[in-house]
Structure formats: structure tokens, C-alpha cells
Design a protein around this ligand. Structure first.
Ligand code: OX2
Length: 830
């Protein structure tokens, strides 16, 4: 009865009254308790790693309290929730971010020092959670931080890969991949929810059954795998709200294996069960090419199916009528990877909830929104029909049905324009008949978002022109953003303190538009002085790291010029390297007396190449070969250094970005959907050298063209330049390519095919035609750097104008314009 329940609750409360305390003694006690009872070490004898583990567990306890409060509050208020479905998340480390968002970093630092440990040192013990490839995956992580901070009732869903993105090891200048078995030492942040499991079906056949006189499809699977939930708390900053990133792992299902046991082959049956775990075992390391692999499709469906079951279960806890579903649920598809969710929702609503096709479709069309990150048609995901049909027979039927209805509608709207009909069809007829996942996502979603203005316009004018003409209102733009909590507060504490001091408030950490307040002091000599000091401190940190990683000593007076991102031909790391060779060549051929005028540079390149991407791997090797030559040339000394930073990941980025003076974002115009690295550099007062591509165009709008170094062909000029081809190759570019071809840096034969991409007649990415203008931009950067006050002013204005590129702005935009959700903030007085 109610009476005894409340008595029980009261007793429970008395046994454990209140929450964990955050004073220094309580924190010390908690840490030691975890050393003793969680890590199972003696509290008189434990090392840094064990201290980190105990520390992490004590932070997790606090996160759990908040996430319980948040979930209970959401349950009570029952707001519309957004479910963010993403195949990839690049969370990086959690410790510093968590204690900062919880507002107890200083208390922890103090508690640890009383125990004889340093917070920073322990934070370094944590490995990265690298469950993603690049920009798209880090964007998901930034957006989770913003959803939590802005109090949105949100959930993230994804896959708990056991092997994250490979570790890049460089041997002899060549990239090698090593598996990232990141869970080796346990993961103190996650909680396994043994009771939150769902069966996920694969293969088998679909049978028609008669249900109360109505025909009904029943899918008899050939394999069932259990999905188990692992919850990762995402704390908001300046709020008690802590939301959840729920990641699914595969485990063997009990139901289905009974048959195998009965056949008598017990050992084989047990070994087979083990296979279930393989589904979530490894992240695909290509961020752009889709090979129609069965395991990948399995992963996609696995995470989609478990997530949809979880979402529907939560909905049904509070509601019995699916008419209310669109008022309570928004489903966000992060690129096409989770778009099987559309077919899955239809399957559940039609086959299991028996809503009828039209009603189910009506609901589906109200809940899905889709963000696309690709720029070119070749980047769009396609799934061979045969593959889908064998793995998910019912879903293939459903997709055909969706397509049939869509094409019939379309015929009514546009007539029998067969070319257009076949372009827009969800099914691609060709050598390999396949499903166009983007078309499926567009047909069902109420909103299709691009990730920058330029990208959104390209979608309308090119990639999805046909769809735009049909449904102009669907197409919107949500320019990407990054979280200032991670990219200033966590990674650049000195800059954080400086900004707060000059603005007289820390409010910018939640309201980043306040950074514009710095504009007023951009020319103030005192601020400039302090600003330079901060940069110096960060450069020092970076220089130490460089020396430790590569043995190269770099001068702090040199301009630190950074290009760190995935290695891709379109991102043109090769243009950067050719520019460096040119610079080297100029210095070598210069009169000695002229050398004092050269602005010294430390060129820093970092990034991973997809394991099967030959040309990208050659670019990495070329970088090392050129570095070897330059760095060992005592004649050039500190005037020029080139270093490759291996294994670039989130935590390395946190070190590199604050220490950069200049950063390069030099993709061939029209190829980078947005680019988010640039935003992180901008926030850290790093000047950009960039093409007018992706989000750079909007950065220019914010900070003005005078405060960065722009160059290169514009988007509309690219097609024509491509037609013209090599005649555009300037002498300077031909000369540096020749040096590579002639074996000046060794490995002559190996670099041949790489050189061909530039002077072999095609130069698809326009290195040749952009080369001169690139060198001019570089010269302008040198000139500006030679005037420290001017440079510092530009740097301050860059950071001051970075507010628009906070993921807080992006997420608020999504919430208001796409998802239709409102903040649901746990009241601060409990
Ligand atoms: C990346 C885009 O290449 C990049 O421009 C963008 O900033 C990022 O997504 C976040 O929107 N896979 N990764 C991307 O696109 C695809 C496809």
C-alpha cells in the first residue's frame, strides 16, 4: 500500500540522506574508498593510473546522482524528447570535461593535492573514447554537450565498439594501423544496464499470417542477437541536468540457441554464441567510402533496432495511443547511417502495433529529421538490394512499398519524366541494384538540414535539386558549431581565465555570444600583452610534446602553422607540403643576408589516413620524407621545421589547437561540407589561412576578410578550372613537383603516383591552379606575423567573433526549428 511504500522510502532516505558532498575531505574520502573497494588496491599503495580510476569512479558517482534526478524529472514532466541517432561519437576523454561541467574541478584539484597527486597528471592517464572517424563524430559529441547544457530532454544513441578508431603508428614515415582495444583497462564512465536488453533479428523469411481476418506480415528470423545498453552520462554545464548517451553492445541471445543445444553439438553452439559479440566489435575506419559490407549493415540495423525498441518502450510507459507519438518523439538521423530507422519504425508500427500502413507512414513522416554531411553524390551511402534482402527481408519489402507509393505520388506531381523519376527513386537500377539511403531519408523526413550555408545551397542546387524542387520547405541549414566548454574551458584554461577576467564574467561559457565583448579591447596593449603570454604558454606545452614525440626542437618565436584533420586529397595536405617544399627551396636559394627577413615557421601536420586509402598514405610518407630533409638541414635551422604529429585524436587536438598561431583549412572549394576544426582554432585565437569553402564563408562574415588569409578558386570557378586542366600549372608548382619526382626526398618511385595526381593531366583538386594564390596568402600571413601587435589584434578579433560557431547556437536552432522541443531543466532548489 501507499503507506508502507512511503515508510520504506523514508527509511531509505534516512539511511542515505542527501547527496554526495563536494568539500575537500569528502572528496578525498570518496577517492580513497574507490581505491580500496573499486580498484581493489591498498590505499597506502597505488599508482597514478589507479588513482585516476578511483578519481573517475568518484566523479561517476556524482554524475549518476544527477542523471537519476534528470531522468526522474523528465519522466514526471513528460516533455517531447529528441533522440539523436548517430553511428559515431568522438568523445575523447571524460574526466576534465565532467568535473568542469559539474563545477567541482578546483575542489577535486585541491583534494588530490592533499593526497599528494596532481589533477593534470591523473587526467593524462585517461585514454580517448574514439568511437568515430572525424568531423561528423566529433560534431555528435559537441552537440551532446550542448543538449545537456541547454537542458534539452535528449538522448544520444550509438554503438559501443570494442575497437575504436585505429591507432596510427608511424614507422619509417609510413602509417601503420594498430587496433584500439580501448576497453582493456575498463571504462569507469559507463554503466552496463543488464536489464535493458532487446532482441535484434537478422536473416530468415517473412510469412503472411491471418490476424483476425486481416493479413499481417510476420518475420521469422534466422538469427537473433541481444543488444545490451551501456549508459554514458553527459553532464551539462551550469545546470544539474545530465543526459545519457546510450551505446549498444551485442551479446548472445538465450532464446534462439536452444535449438542448437538440442542438436547435441554443445561446444559449437557455445562458440557460435560468441559471434554475437562481433557485431559491435569494430568501427569502420573509412569516413567516406561505402563498400556494401554485410557487417556494417548489420551494425547499422543492430543499433537502430535496439534504439527504436527502447524509444517505443519509453513512450508506451506513459502513453497508449500512437497518435501522440509525434508530440512526444523527435528522431534525428545523423547522416544516412541510421536511416534504416525509417523502415524499422514502419515495421514496428505496421507489423507489431497494427496501425495500418497509411497511419504509420503519417507518424513516421512527422518524427524524422535528417542532417546530411556529404557534398558529392559519390559520398552517398548505397546498399545492395541483395544484401539488404537477405539480412533484413521485411525491411526490403517495406522500402519497396515506401518507394512504390512515393513514385506513384511523384508521377502525379511531375508526370512521366522517367529520367527524373529514376533519379529520385529510392531504388537505384544499375549493375548492382541498390537502395539509396539518402533518398529514403529525404522522402520520410520533415526536414533535411545541411551543415553550413554553402553546403545547404549546394544540396538544393546540385545533390538534391530534384527533391528541393518537389519539397522546397524541407530544406534548411543548421551551420555546425563546436562546444566552447571542451574547446576553450577544458583545453585552454589560461585563455579561459583571461577571457573571464576581461569580460568580468564567466557567463560566456553558457552564452558564448558574450565573447563579442572582447572586440572593445582588441587594441588594448594590456590585453594584447596578456593574450600573447597565454599563447606563449600554450606554444610551450605544444613544443614539449613535439620534442617528446619526434625529437625535433622547435623555436617558440617561430609561427606555429598547423593543419590537423583526416588526410584526404580534397583537404589538400599535399598543397601544404608542396608549399613547404617551395619555402625550403626559397630559403636555400636566398642570399644569406636576406635570411634575417624570413619569418621562422614550425609547420605541423597531423591526421589519419583510412587504411585502404593509398594516396592519403603516400601524403603522410611525403610529409615525413620532406621533414627528414628539412629538419636535418642545419643551414636552414630554426627558419623552417616540419613535424608530423602521430595519432591525432581528440586529446591531442586539445593540446595542439591552443598552441597554434595559424591553421590551414584549404580544401578545394565546394568539397568541405562545413569543417569544424576551423571553429576550434578560431575560438583559441588562431588565425586561419583558408579557402572560401564550407563554414569558412560564414567565419568571414563574422570576423571580416581582413582578419584571416583567404585564397584560391571560388566554388563557382571550380568546374571551369577543371576543364582547363594542367595549363594552369604555374612554374613554381611544377618545380616543387619535379623535386619530388627527381628523388630529392628519396622514395622516387613510390611518390610517382602521388605526383601524377597533380601534374598527370587532371589535377582534380586544383593544386596547380590554386598554388600561386596559396603562396600569396602565406606571404600575407608572414607579413602580419612580423607585426606582433597587429597579429594579436587579429587573434583577439578571431576569438571574439567565434560565438556564432558554438554548438549551443546550432542545437538551439535544431530544437526550435527542427525538433520542436523545449528545455526541461531540473529545478536548482531540488
Ligand atoms: C564531415 C564533413 O566532411 C565535414 O565537412 C563536416 O564538418 C563534418 O562532417 C560535420 O558536419 N562524413 N564526415 C563528414 O561528412 C561525412 C559524409
Amino acid at each position: 500500500s501507499l503507506g508502507s511504500d512511503s515508510a520504506k522510502a523514508e527509511r531509505m532516505f534516512r539511511l542515505m540522506d542527501g547527496f554526495l558532498k563536494n568539500d575537500s575531505i569528502s572528496l578525498q574520502q570518496d577517492i580513497l574508498r574507490h581505491v580500496e573497494y573499486t580498484v581493489a588496491r591498498s590505499r597506502f599503495n597505488f599508482d597514478d593510473f589507479e588513482a585516476y580510476q578511483a578519481l573517475a569512479h568518484s566523479v561517476r558517482d556524482r554524475l549518476i546522482e544527477r542523471s537519476h534526478d534528470t531522468q526522474l524529472y523528465f519522466k514526471r514532466k513528460d516533455p517531447k524528447r529528441v533522440y539523436f541517432l548517430s553511428f559515431e561519437y568522438l568523445m575523447g576523454r571524460s574526466l576534465s570535461n565532467s568535473v568542469i561541467n559539474l563545477g567541482i574541478r578546483d575542489q577535486y584539484a585541491d583534494a588530490l593535492s592533499q593526497l599528494g597527486f596532481e589533477f593534470e597528471v591523473l587526467a593524462e592517464q585517461e585514454g580517448d573514447a574514439a568511437l568515430g572517424n572525424g568531423g561528423l563524430a566529433r560534431l555528435s559529441a559537441c552537440q551532446m554537450d550542448s543538449m545537456a547544457t541547454l537542458d534539452y530532454p535528449a538522448w544520444g544513441y550509438g554503438l559501443r565498439y570494442e575497437y575504436g578508431l585505429f591507432r596510427q603508428v608511424i614507422l619509417d614515415g609510413f602509417q601503420h594501423e594498430q587496433p584500439d582495444f580501448w576497453l582493456n583497462f575498463g571504462n569507469p564512465w559507463e554503466t552496463e544496464r543488464v536489464h535493458v536488453t532487446y532482441p535484434v533479428k537478422f536473416y530468415g523469411v517473412v510469412e503472411e499470417e491471418n490476424l483476425n481476418g486481416e493479413k499481417c506480415n510476420v518475420w521469422i528470423p534466422g538469427e537473433v542477437v541481444e543488444a545490451v545498453a551501456y549508459d554514458n552520462p553527459i553532464p551539462g554545464y551550469g545546470t544539474r541536468n545530465t543526459i545519457t548517451l546510450r551505446l549498444w553492445a551485442g551479446k548472445p541471445s538465450d532464446q534462439h540457441d536452444m535449438e542448437a543445444y538440442n542438436t547435441g553439438d554443445y561446444i559449437n553452439a557455445v562458440v557460435c554464441r560468441q559471434k554475437a559479440e562481433n557485431i559491435s566489435s569494430v568501427l569502420y575506419p573509412d569516413d567516406r567510402s561505402f563498400q556494401g559490407k554485410e557487417l556494417r549493415l548489420k551494425q547499422q540495423y543492430f543499433f537502430v533496432s535496439a534504439s527504436i525498441q527502447d524509444i517505443i518502450r519509453r513512450f508506451k510507459e506513459a502513453h497508449s495511443n500512437f497518435d501522440e507519438f509525434p508530440e512526444k518523439v523527435a528522431l534525428q538521423l545523423n547522416d544516412t547511417h541510421p536511416s534504416l530507422a525509417i523502415a524499422e519504425v514502419m515495421r514496428v508500427l505496421v507489423d507489431k502495433e497494427h496501425l495500418g500502413w497509411n497511419k504509420a507512414w503519417d507518424i513516421a513522416c512527422k518524427i524524422f529529421s535528417f542532417t546530411i554531411h556529404a557534398v558529392i553524390a559519390e559520398g552517398l551511402e548505397k546498399i545492395p538490394v541483395d544484401l539488404l534482402g537477405s539480412l533484413l527481408p521485411r525491411h526490403l519489402q517495406i522500402i519497396y512499398e515506401i518507394n512504390f507509393t512515393f513514385v506513384e505520388e511523384l508521377k502525379k506531381r511531375i508526370g512521366l519524366d522517367y529520367n527524373r523519376l529514376s533519379r529520385m527513386s529510392i531504388i537505384e537500377e544499375g549493375a548492382v541494384k541498390s537502395i539509396r539511403m539518402a533518398n529514403l531519408a529525404i522522402v520520410c523526413s520533415h526536414t533535411v538540414n545541411g551543415v553550413s550555408k554553402v553546403h545547404s545551397e549546394l544540396l538544393k542546387a546540385k545533390l538534391f535539386k530534384d527533391f528541393y524542387e518537389l519539397w522546397p520547405q524541407k530544406f534548411q541549414c543548421k551551420t555546425n558549431g563546436v562546444t566552447q566548454r571542451r574547446w576553450i574551458v577544458v583545453s585552454n584554461p589560461s585563455l579561459c581565465a583571461l577571457i573571464s577576467k576581461w569580460l568580468g564574467t564567466e557567463a560566456w561559457i553558457r552564452d558564448v555570444d558574450l565573447l563579442t565583448g572582447l572586440r572593445a579591447y582588441a587594441a588594448d596593449p594590456d590585453l594584447q600583452q596578456e593574450w600573447m603570454m597565454v599563447k606563449k604558454v600554450n606554444k610551450m606545452r605544444l613544443a614539449e610534446y613535439i620534442e617528446a614525440m619526434s625529437g625535433v626542437k622547435v623555436s617558440l618565436d617561430a609561427m606555429f602553422d598547423v593543419q590537423t584533420k583526416r588526410i584526404h586529397e580534397y583537404k589538400r595536405q599535399l598543397l601544404n607540403i608542396l608549399g613547404i617544399i617551395h619555402r625550403y627551396d626559397c630559403i636555400k636559394n636566398m642570399e644569406k643576408s636576406q635570411r634575417s627577413k624570413v619569418v621562422p615557421r614550425v609547420c605541423i601536420i597531423g591526421g589519419k589516413a583510412a587504411p585502404g586509402y593509398e594516396i592519403a598514405k603516400k601524403i603522410i610518407k611525403l610529409c615525413h620524407a620532406v621533414a627528414e630533409k628539412i629538419n636535418n638541414d642545419t643551414d636552414v635551422g630554426d627558419l623552417l621545421k616540419l613535424v608530423f604529429i602521430p595519432d591525432y585524436n581528440v586529446s591531442v587536438a586539445e593540446l595542439v589547437i591552443p598552441g597554434a598561431d595559424l591553421s590551414q583549412h584549404i580544401s578545394t572549394a565546394g568539397h568541405e561540407a562545413s569543417g569544424t576544426g576551423s571553429m576550434k582554432f578560431l575560438m583559441n585565437g588562431c588565425l586561419l589561412l583558408a579557402t572560401e569553402d564550407g563554414s569558412t564563408v560564414e567565419i568571414v562574415e563574422e570576423i571580416g576578410a581582413d582578419n584571416l588569409f583567404l585564397f584560391g578558386a571560388k566554388i563557382h570557378e571550380v568546374p571551369k578550372l577543371r576543364e582547363e586542366g594542367s595549363p594552369k600549372m604555374p612554374l613554381q608548382c611544377a618545380r616543387v613537383i619535379r623535386m619530388v619526382r627527381d628523388g630529392y626526398f628519396g622514395f622516387k618511385d613510390y611518390f610517382e603516383s602521388l605526383c601524377d595526381t597533380v601534374d598527370g593531366g587532371k589535377d582534380f583538386y586544383l593544386l596547380g591552379s590554386d598554388f600561386e594564390s596559396y603562396l600569396e596568402a602565406q606571404a600575407a600571413a608572414d607579413k602580419a606575423f612580423a607585426d606582433p601587435n597587429k597579429w594579436t589584434q587579429m587573434s583577439i578579433l578571431s576569438a571574439a567573433g567565434s560565438g556564432r560557431f558554438s554548438s549551443d547556437r546550432t542545437i538551439r536552432d535544431y530544437a526550435e526549428k527542427t525538433w520542436g522541443i523545449e528545455p526541461c531543466r531540473f529545478p536548482s532548489d531540488g
